[in-house]
Design a binder for this molecule. Structure first.
Ligand code: X6L
Ligand code: MG
Ligand code: MG
Length: 280
């Protein structure tokens, strides 16, 4: 990913735990890495397609030279937060805050904190179960997702009972979808989903066969990505009523890159008949 690196910005501020730091003040050195796509700015040689680093500098200066924090951790957190808030095109920031001359009794060559913060993304996960207590597996899966420190469940669809597709010699599924907010990468989220499937007893035997729990990553923001590890949006979601019907309940009509309108898409979908409401 492209980035703008702003190195060794020097300021004077009053942060610190010790009273002399708040009274006398000291120098602060800040490095900021702003992760964003830069190819349009580069191709068009256009400031409007990137972040004006002179302006970002003023934002950073205002915070470092503003009201004091006790901890440089708090200062760094505030800087990351403010930059992500001010610039929606930023996907990630890294901030380093250094006190080069801390007024401590012992000799100290300087101290630095470094943090990286990602903008939280809304992702959609499709859930399915057709073995055992199907509803219980879905509920437990949602609970496990929500209990992850970096995942919170925002919305859930109704639950549908659906005829099996792909391999038809198996019992009916319960299917639903949830929207989550996460600051995991898509790969990290997918890895956690696979782990959750295993915790809830999924055994992979027959391809497309019965399972206690299936979690599929359908959307990761508006990201379009196809790697051997991961494809989003889910490559076959457009044809599957048991995915699209629940999904359409929890996202905007135009939430899926490559599908203009979920409502339009659903109108044309066959096999929709095999999907009936189970718990509204
Ligand atoms: C031809 C060949 C046509 C394969 C369709 C469709 C394969 C869907 C796999 C296919 C084909 C899948 C669920 C399911 C499965 C589910 C319901 C799959 C993977 N998962 N049926 N079948 N709900 N109703 O969650 O989606 S297996
Ligand atoms: Mg599936
Ligand atoms: Mg799956």
């Amino acid at each position: 990913m492209d980035k703008i690196v702003m190195s060794a910005m020097a300021f004077f501020g009053y942060h610190g735990v010790f009273p002399e730091e708040n009274k006398l003040g000291q120098r602060y050195i800040v490095d900021a890495e702003l992760v964003l796509p830069l190819s349009n700015a580069g191709r068009n040689d256009d400031l409007a397609e990137t972040i004006n680093y002179a302006e970002a500098y003023e934002l950073i200066k205002g915070i470092v030279e503003g009201p004091p924090f006790k901890l440089i951790e708090a200062l760094a957190e505030k800087l990351a937060d403010a930059l992500l808030e001010r610039y929606p095109e930023l996907s990630e920031v890294a901030i380093r805050v250094t006190k080069p001359n801390p007024p401590f009794a012992i000799y100290f060559a300087g101290v630095t904190v470094e943090i990286k913060r990602r903008r939280p993304v809304e992702a959609c996960i499709s859930l399915g179960s057709n073995l055992g207590d199907r509803m219980d597996y879905l509920e437990r899966a949602i609970r496990l997702l929500d209990q992850h420190p970096n995942v919170s469940v925002l919305r859930r669809s109704a639950v549908y009972e659906t005829d099996p597709v792909g391999y038809t010699d198996q019992g009916p599924f319960l299917n639903m979808a949830v929207a989550v907010k996460t600051d995991l990468t898509a790969e990290e989220l997918l890895a956690f989903m696979l782990e959750t499937e295993q915790v809830l007893g999924r055994v992979r035997e027959i391809r497309f066969g019965p399972r206690t729990l299936d979690l599929d990553l359908i959307l990761y923001g508006k990201e379009i990505k196809g790697t051997p590890q991961l494809t989003v949006p889910h490559p076959r979601m457009g044809e599957r009523a048991f995915v699209l019907i629940p999904l359409a309940e929890i996202v905007a009509d135009d939430a899926v890159p490559g599908i203009d309108s979920l409502a339009e898409r659903l109108k044309h979908l066959e096999g929709k008949d095999g999907v009936r409401i189970w718990i509204a």
